[in-house]
Design a protein around this ligand. Structure first.
Ligand SMILES: O=C[C@H](O)[C@H](O)[C@H](O)COP(=O)(O)O
Length: 220
C-alpha cells in the first residue's frame, strides 16, 4: 500500500472521532487534505472549523464547511493534524509544509489532539527530519548564528514565505534527545516565532495508517 493510501486510512479513522454539531480544529498537509475530503463525504455535519493554514481553509470552504477565525473560539473539542515525525510519547516534528505556528496555536486551543500519519512517520528518536523554525525576516541571520552555536545546521527554505509573512530555517544535526527543553530553548531566541517541535503539547491520540489497517495509540 502506498504512503498516500495509508494517510487516507488514518484520515478516515479520524473522521469517526468527530461529533456532529461541534467546532473542530483542522491542521495542514496532505494527510489533513484526506481528512477534510473524508469529513465532507461523511454524514457528519460539523458547525464550523478553525484551520491552521490558508490552504486548509480554502479546501474546507470548497466543501461548503464554514471556517472561523481562531480568535472567535475559546475551545475546540478536537484538533486533527498530521506530522513529519512522531515518537512513542506522541511528541512530534511538524512544519514540513511551513504551517507550524498556526498549527501550534490551533492545537493549543483544542482539548484533544489527534495525530494522523502514514507508517513512515513513526520514529524511535526525533531528528532525522530537519526541524523547521519560523523566523521574523529581520532576525534570519541572528537566529541562524544562534542555531549554529547550539550545534545545528540551519538552511533557509528558499522562495518560501509562511502564511504569517515569515521565513523558515530548516535545521539539521540538532540534538533533539530532550525535546521539551529544546522546544523551549529555541523559542527563546529573539526573532523565532516558533519551532516545529511539538513536545510541550504532544498529541493525545495517534492513528497510523498501515498495510494491515489503522493502529491506534495514546502517549507511552
Ligand atoms: O506544516 C505542515 C504540517 O506540520 C504537516 O502536518 C506535516 O508537514 C505533515 O504533512 P503531510 O501530512 O503532508 O505528510
Amino acid at each position: 500500500m502506498s504512503a498516500d493510501a495509508q494517510k487516507r486510512l488514518a484520515a478516515e479513522a479520524a473522521v469517526e472521532k468527530v461529533e456532529a454539531g461541534t467546532v473542530i480544529g483542522v491542521g495542514s498537509g496532505s494527510t489533513v487534505n484526506h481528512f477534510i475530503d473524508a469529513l465532507a463525504a461523511s454524514d457528519i455535519e460539523i458547525e464550523a472549523a478553525v484551520a491552521a493554514s490558508e490552504a486548509s481553509a480554502e479546501r474546507l470552504r470548497g466543501h461548503g464547511i464554514e471556517v472561523r477565525d481562531a480568535n472567535s473560539v475559546s475551545e475546540l473539542a478536537i484538533y486533527v493534524d498530521g506530522a513529519d515525525e512522531i515518537n512513542r510519547h506522541l511528541q512530534m516534528i511538524k512544519g514540513g509544509g511551513g504551517a507550524l505556528t498556526r498549527e501550534k496555536i490551533v492545537a493549543a486551543i483544542a482539548d484533544r489532539f489527534i495525530c494522523i500519519v502514514d507508517a513512515s512517520k513513526q520514529v524511535t528518536a526525533l531528528g532525522d527530519f530537519p526541524l523547521p523554525v519560523e523566523v521574523i525576516p529581520m532576525a534570519r541571520s541572528h537566529v541562524a548564528r544562534q542555531l549554529v552555536r547550539l550545534g545545528g545546521r540551519p538552511e533557509l527554505r528558499e522562495g518560501f514565505t509562511t502564511d504569517n509573512g515569515n521565513l523558515i530555517l530548516d535545521v539539521r544535526a540538532l540534538d533533539l534527545s530532550e525535546p521539551i527543553h529544546r522546544e523551549q530553548q529555541l523559542n527563546n531566541i529573539a526573532g523565532v516565532v516558533t519551532n516545529g517541535l511539538f513536545a510541550l503539547r504532544p498529541a493525545d491520540e495517534l492513528l497510523v495508517g498501515t498495510d494491515t489497517g489503522v493502529q491506534r495509540s495514546t502517549a507511552a
